[in-house]
Design a protein around this ligand. Structure first.
Ligand code: DX5
Ligand code: ZN
Length: 212
């Protein structure tokens, strides 16, 4: 089974976001990865639900929305209404992760949970039945273009074992390149997020193909 590629529009041209989303769609993206940052949980600010809603008509692909915001519960409904398919929250950003995951599923959206590089996989051991996707951060969230933290590989392998036969996708985010894509897939990552590696040159199709 081949790996899915989720280009992160954080590295796109924000002045032409609709066009950029259409371009990665036709270049073969599986998911559209949307990085939402609040300047509090992470030291950067990006976009909110209004932008997700504005982008929705530009593609039929899965909107994979990565919320790096704290608190998160008060905003989940707005991101669901905006057209998110997968809503991923950080385990570190919600005091009651179980409740947050239930909230996402109650809105008929897929529930994702993300782990920062310093957070052990055991943080989600008791919520696996409420999770559709696990997002392993291989950089400290906040910015595109950072270097990959190799300890993520071991975490992905451990998560692969923990997940067992459950239908949970494992996704990795941060510093993913054509050079480390193979080892990430071998470790058990089924979805690769890539910002700079996709948008670094105008040939998005070739860049996505190189990752795959
Ligand atoms: C980092 C974001 C990532 C980022 C990845 O906080 O969650 O999605 O855009 O960018 P690259 O692929 O450039 O590391
Ligand atoms: Zn992300």
């Amino acid at each position: 089974m081949s790996v899915k590629i989720a280009p992160s529009i954080l590295s796109a041209d924000f002045a032409r976001l609709g066009e950029e989303v259409r371009a990665i769609d036709s270049a073969g993206a599986d998911y559209i990865h949307v990085d939402v940052m609040d300047g509090h949980f992470v030291p950067n600010l990006t976009i909110g639900p209004a932008v997700v809603k504005a982008l929705r008509p530009h593609t039929a692909k899965v909107f994979d929305v990565h919320l790096m915001i704290e608190p998160v519960d008060p905003y989940v409904q707005a991101f669901a209404d905006a057209g998110s398919d997968i809503i991923t929250v950080h385990a570190e950003a919600t005091r009651h992760l179980d409740r947050t995951l239930q909230l996402i599923r109650s809105l008929d959206r897929k529930a994702g949970v993300s782990l920062n590089p310093a957070t052990p996989e055991s943080a989600i051991a008791y919520v696996l039945d409420k999770v559709d996707l696990i997002l392993v951060m291989s950089v400290n969230p906040g910015f595109g273009g950072q270097s990959f933290i190799p300890a993520a590989l071991d975490k992905i392998r451990r998560l692969r074992d923990m997940v067992g036969s459950r239908s949970i996708e494992i996704e990795v985010d941060g510093g993913v390149t054509a050079d480390n894509a193979r080892s990430l897939a071998d470790a058990g990552a089924q979805v690769l997020v890539a910002g700079s590696a996709v948008f670094r040159t105008p040939d998005y199709r070739a860049n996505i193909a190189a990752l795959r």
